[in-house]
Design a protein around this ligand. Sequence first.
Ligand SMILES: C[S@@+](CC[C@H](N)C(=O)[O-])C[C@H]1O[C@@H](n2cnc3c(N)ncnc32)[C@H](O)[C@@H]1O
Length: 407
Amino acid sequence: MFVFILGREFRLSLAEIYSLFPGAVFSGANEQIALITNVSEKEVCARFAHMGGIIKVIKILDEVKDVPDFMTVAKNYLERVDRTNKVPFAVAGYGEKFDNFATGLRIKKFLKSCEDKSFRLVNKEPKNINSAVYKKEHLAESHTELNYVKIGKSSYMGITIAYQDVDAYAARDMDKTRDMGVGMLPPKLAQTLINLVGIQSNDHSAIYDPFCGLGTVLIEAAHMGYDTVYGSDLSSAMVVAANKSMGEFAIKNDIDLDGCIFESDASKIAATIPEKMNIKTTSIVSEWYLGDVLGAKTVAPDKITEQCRKLARIYDSMFRDLRTIGWRGTIILCFPFWDNRGKDVFFEDIIPIIDRYGFERKELLWENIPFRTTPHWSLLYRRPGQTVGREIYKLQLLPKGELGLKL
Ligand SMILES: C[S@@+](CC[C@H](N)C(=O)[O-])C[C@H]1O[C@@H](n2cnc3c(N)ncnc32)[C@H](O)[C@@H]1O
């Protein structure tokens, strides 16, 4: 049994688990954690490294009655840790108000009798440590971050087996050409979007971003092991910048990449798709929006309507083209939604476009969980204080027999 600690947009984090572990059984969740069974530690560790929406993973070792029982189980675990000298350990808590520092000190006191090793408590405050401290203290090597997890009526003791490497995301982000005046996708979100495609059973699967900008999706896809990535953009300057970032990324990581980055208007996508791109096994993962145009002070209903009209023209044409060529790959797209002085306004024109050209909106979450997608079957991502957020859909062209086209 594993506990996944979810990111700020916890529904997206849950969707990422749902998509990457198709056989997993969901056993409980709140806005911070999800309890998952029927997955192996090997597959959790292999996939976690590229899960932008998951902060850390805990392997459950025991069910406990309460915090004092947790302390006993934690003490027994630490005594058995295969290490001599000073063993660093930390205490984390989820689902119940918890003084980590005091609890950690008490565990340390119980441990005094241990002869071959001594212990050092890493927590300095009554709260969980962060990933930087986890890394600095080498807790991954000793597996000695001990977690008390309360979910529903049950409580557990577990050890952290993986923690998000925040520094690595920041470093990849900083490596890109940044001075192009274009809004960039956060790398963690790019990974989550790629993961929503699902597990790729076909070795030849590839990713295509038709609004690639500076290439965040392409770089993250390459980082996640996709060896074929395609990108295109209306702006030749963006194509040059994305090619430069991709080239530098490939050299730095010593990887051979197939695919290409080319100039193209996404509204005429059929005419420019390279011949070698396999439209059955390539997935589109992309965002396009003019997020920087509207801020909290300039947002207004007529400006939103104007932007929706512009977006609708491009997407109508793009979906018509994708339908014409029979695009079979999965499509993950971000559309904008706006905070119009406290009221969310959605790009609802996209729904008739998706339907008209025979695309189906796919389920993003388990049916038996207490959290739902939006009524449009989408999920939302918005940074605190931002006027424009992203509405995320998973789409697939329906098989021919099921097309109810109203062309
Ligand atoms: C918000 S940016 C994408 C940023 C990208 N996700 C990143 O992280 O770097 C949107 C991009 O769409 C491009 N674009 C605008 N209209 C387009 C069109 N009709 N076809 C293709 N690209 C277009 C712009 O040039 C811009 O680079």
